[in-house]
Design a protein around this ligand. Sequence first.
Ligand code: 5GP
Ligand code: ZN
Length: 116
Amino acid sequence: MTVHRECIFCKIIEGEIPSAKVYEDNDVYAFLDISQVTKGHTLIVPKTHTKDIYETNEEIAAKLFSRVPKVANAIKKAFQPNGINILNNNEAAAGQSVFHLHIHLIPRYGKEDGFG
Ligand code: 5GP
Ligand code: ZN
């Protein structure tokens, strides 16, 4: 596992910064976003540091993306949303603010979540 000392998500994976864990295995870590867009907003990150989708090799990508259904189902069970948005921002112009690859899972509840 490659850890970048200055990376906030590497510190979360290492447990140096506390987080609300949603799922973990040898390859990925999933945790609640600190400023949740909706209840249950979760991020999944590879345990190996990689900056964005352009710098990500197929092995890391396969591990990360293959866990999305499992984490989506965990969110569905825990928060019982009516839907879920899954997205990934790359580079600042696309909204990336933490430069450790991550996938957002954003549960949707309809009108009451402010986006319905
Ligand atoms: P991005 O904008 O890069 O796609 O998403 C980064 C996300 O990381 C943001 O939604 C932001 O709220 C979240 N975030 C930033 N710092 C922390 C932190 O220390 N803990 C947690 N749980 N989430 C964080
Ligand atoms: Zn990192």
